[in-house]
Design a binder for this molecule. Structure first.
Ligand code: SF4
Length: 698
């Protein structure tokens, strides 16, 4: 499916905005990036996108498999892996081999990875780094709406909102082309309210900035709902016709009167009232959450509380209004739909649903009973590695948990304790550096496939050129390993579905199989084809048939729940997992910066992207501790420590520090973060833990 031209229309390799770009290969073999006018980015790119092609011919690129750190042939590497997998499974059972995927993998790879784990390895233990990203919003969306699609409306609606409430999102830095929608919204006279413990560039541009104590967004949402109820601003007809559970939610909100919420959150009553009234007065109002609200041990309930607020105001399904979450990773949306989650099969099917198992088994050509049940969630899986009863081998695709996992020092030790660690990557990431086997794989501009952006729009990733000699693809690795393990599925239809044909390394063929596997599921791609995606500037799922349009807007008439109504769930505020105390008197919150992406394995290698760890603190705190801007500081938590230069800024609360999580070594912020998990989504509490800071004395 490679295009012959030396120019292709594709999308950025990084975040979920998936900006349209054109790649051109010059006669000298250099790849140039040009912005492309696509409905989402409208011709914009950020500096990460502009510089993305520099990685294609980067001198640090892996060009050969590595076996115990030494160059090896592909045959040697495959033999070593197959032998290791067999030995571990013979000694400890099938679940002793685990798989860890990533939210940057294409739909084709995410789908194949789930199938590879269940059919080729026959293991229950597969999960992915999206668990650290989207899982709380996903679980809340499923619980309330019966579906998890980040934005249930096209992004263009955001610019049209009269009132926009943005909680825990700093799009001005994380996805700058998105920020133009916010600018437009303000220029149209709209009210924009940003909730963030930091006065980020996004917050500073807003009409109103609410700066709560870290970990109190749930109380804030309940307080807003209280005001909406107390002032008679709800939409009673909508609540009666389109929701269930309102009575219990209303009763819970009664306990969150404004003065109490000011005490809990630090947000003044006047600002709470202004926010609630602005939302209620708007013809078109949109509430958006992102990682700041979601990466907590109460992330699901926090999102649920904002969904309840949106439902009380009658927003979801109303033209130009609604609730949505802003997906982070490039294929964070598609990556959570096709089976690389521990509890899930393709099409957002549940792995413990007999009908779902039968459908997928028929497509895969296996017996439904041969598909394992649910496995461990991402952090629990990583924490179990090498432990009694835990996995003894792991294969990693598109992830760098040594940097990105919470409590990272402990997770690094767990990874090192494995009998076999295999990593597929294009650079020697921190995780690849401790692997027994590293397999060099293609980059985004060398492969075809599809991604699903933050709107639920399926997009085409197009290859500009073939991978360099000696470099494989993730799909080819999975197909080869399945073949060598002798476990490709028997190709026999169990319930009359089409033959699976085993594992294909050809993304077009994989997508055709994915369409069949997702048919009838919540995330139904049956009617999406590569040809349609090309012709229609992307297709929004669900799209159950090739002759039916996609679905840009959800919930217009009903919700995909058994009774067609949204479920309102009563939730209560609760404290953070680790409160500050005399020993660790400050909150730490982590996040991203403009020039870097996720674990930094790619962007840290681009010279044009400024980088380096730092710790933000308020001038009052800095003065008290004798810290000047630029001084080296040490931040300590009960899990570990990091050192980095201080950045003394007035944009942060005096009781809070901020550190970006892109860096490794002594600058690794995840050395500090804790492992408290949300009871439903199993999301770690990345956004708040207790720390102290001290100057580093020579
Ligand atoms: S990183 Fe995100 S915002 Fe930046 S160019 Fe890429 S897709 Fe667009």
């Amino acid at each position: 499916m490679l295009e012959s031209a030396r120019e292709v229309a594709t999308h950025c390799p990084y975040c979920a905005l998936q900006c349209g770009m054109t790649l051109r290969e010059t006669p000298q073999g250099r790849v140039e990036v040009a912005a492309r006018d696509f409905p989402t980015n409208r011709g914009g790119l950020c500096q990460k996108g502009w510089t993305s092609a520099e990685l294609l011919d980067h001198p640090e690129r892996l060009t050969t498999p590595l076996l115990k750190g030494q160059p090896a042939t592909w045959d040697e590497a495959y033999d070593f892996i197959v032998d290791g997998v067999r030995r571990v499974q013979d000694a400890h059972g099938r679940d002793a081999v685990a798989v860890f995927g990533g939210g940057g993998l294409t739909n084709e790879k995410a789908y194949t990875l789930g199938k590879f784990a269940r059919v080729a390895l026959r293991t229950a233990n597969i999960d992915y780094n999206g668990r650290f990203c989207m899982s709380s919003a996903a679980a809340a969306g499923n619980r309330s709406f019966g579906i998890d699609r980040g934005l249930p409306f096209p992004m263009a609606d955001i610019a049209e909102a009269d009132t926009l409430l943005l909680i825990g999102a700093n799009v001005a830095e994380t996805m700058p082309p998105f920020a133009r929608y916010l600018t437009e919204q303000r220029q149209r006279g709209g009210t924009q309210i940003v909730v963030d413990p930091r006065a980020t560039p996004t917050a500073r541009a807003a009409t109103l900035h609410l700066q709560p104590t870290p970990g109190t967004d749930l109380a804030l949402a309940l307080g807003l709902l209280h005001i909406v109820v107390a002032e008679g601003l709800t939409d009673p007809a909508y609540l009666a016709e389109r929701t269930t559970g309102w009575d219990a939610v209303r009763k819970t909100a009664a306990g969150y009167w404004p003065a109490r919420v000011e005490l809990l959150t630090g947000v003044p009553v006047a600002d709470l009232e202004a926010t609630a009234r602005a939302l209620a007065a708007a013809d078109r109002a949109i509430i958006l959450t992102a990682r700041g609200a979601e990466q907590h041990a109460k992330g699901v309930d926090t999102v649920t509380a904002f969904i309840n607020l949106a439902l009380a105001l009658g927003l979801p399904g109303r033209p130009g209004s609604g609730y949505g979450c802003l997906t982070g990773q490039g294929n964070g949306q598609g990556g959570r739909e096709h089976g690389q989650k521990a509890d899930q099969l393709p099409g957002y099917r549940k792995i413990d649903d007999p009908a779902a198992r039968a459908h997928v088994a028929a497509v895969w050509g296996v017996d439904p009973d041969s598909i394992p049940g649910p496995g461990l969630s991402a952090y629990e899986l990583l924490d179990a590695l090498g432990q009694l009863g835990g996995p003894k081998a792991m294969l990693v695709f598109g992830s760098n948990p040594v940097v990105s996992a919470p409590r990272a020092a402990r997770i690094t030790e767990r990874l090192k304790s494995l009998d076999l660690l295999v990593v597929c990557d294009f650079f020697l990431s921190e995780t690849a550096a401790i692997a027994d086997v590293v397999l060099p794989v293609a980059q985004w501009a060398e492969e075809d496939g599809t991604m699903t952006n933050l709107e639920g729009r399926v997009l085409r990733r197009r290859a500009l050129r073939k991978p360099p000699p000696g470099i494989g693809t993730d799909l080819a690795v999975m197909a080869e390993l399945a073949s060598r393990l002798g476990r490709t599925g028997d190709g026999r239809s169990v319930t009359g579905g089409e033959r699976s044909g085993g594992f294909s390394a050809e993304p077009y063929a994989v997508f055709e199989e994915l369409r069949r596997a997702t048919a009838g599921g919540v995330a139904d791609y049956a009617g999406v084809t590569w040809e349609r995606v090309d012709a229609e500037n992307g297709v929004f799922w669900p799209c159950p048939a090739a002759d039916r349009a996609g679905t840009p807007r959800l919930f217009e008439e009903s919700f995909p729940t058994p009774d067609g109504r949204a479920r309102m769930i009563a939730v209560e505020h609760r404290p953070v997992a680790e409160e500050i105390d005399a020993e660790y008197p400050l909150y730490l919150t982590t996040g991203r910066v403009l020039a870097q992406y996720q674990s930094g394995a790619q962007t840290r290698r681009i010279a044009a992207l400024p980088g380096g760890p730092f710790v933000e603190l308020h001038p009052d705190l800095a003065e008290r501790l004798g810290i000047d801007d630029g001084d080296p500081v040490r931040v300590l938590s009960r899990r570990g420590e990091m050192t980095a230069p201080a950045r003394v800024v007035t944009t942060i609360r005096p009781d809070t520090l901020f550190a970006p999580f892109h860096y490794s070594g002594t600058g690794r912020a995840n050395s500090l973060t804790g492992d408290a998990l949300d009871p439903i989504s199993r999301m770690p509490e990345f956004k708040v833990c207790a720390v102290r800071i001290e100057p580093v004395t020579p």
